[in-house]
Design a binder for this molecule. Structure first.
Ligand SMILES: [Zn+2]
Length: 152
């Protein structure tokens, strides 16, 4: 791919590669049992952000800004060509992808934290468990009275 206008940001790369914060990817790597979208229960594929109702408003703003028509529908087939049309569209579209992907990653983190057990709550300030000191022989300074070695 020709980097005509700038480098691909991490989130744009995630979107284009399909490796990232998507239900289908989470399921594939064993992070989740479900590949469904949290917002609409449909399959959360990489291009789902182009269809999910959650992003509809910002998607219309993007379509208006980049195509002049708020009802223009981006798909995984036309979005890359649009990104490459000119620098303004590159910036607008990749910015939108970045914003949506960051919001998705944030939601994923919150859901993971909510599902995690509060392990740390079990320990207080004195939670550092020290092994109990047990009485053991002082080898460097043996007690002469307890010696079993017969003296000459
Ligand atoms: Zn959805």
């Amino acid at each position: 791919m020709d980097r005509a206008h700038g480098d691909l940001e991490y989130e744009t790369f995630q979107f284009l590669s399909g490796h990232g914060c998507f239900g289908t990817y989470r399921k594939k790597i064993g992070k989740s049992n479900s590949a469904q979208c949290w917002n609409c229960q449909r399959l959360d594929k990489p291009d789902h952000i182009l269809f999910c109702r959650k992003w509809e408003d910002t998607r219309k703003d993007l379509a208006r800004a980049t195509d002049g028509n708020p009802d223009f529908k981006y798909t995984k087939h036309n979005i890359v060509a649009k990104i490459l049309e000119n620098e303004v569209k590159w910036n607008l579209i990749t910015e939108w992808i970045r914003t949506v992907m960051k919001a998705k990653a944030e939601e994923e983190r919150e859901r993971e934290n909510a599902g995690r057990k509060p392990e740390q709550a079990r320990y207080g300030d004195d939670g550092m468990m020290q092994p109990k000191m047990t009485t053991k022989p002082d080898y460097d300074h043996p007690d002469p009275n307890s010696s079993h070695i017969p003296r000459a």
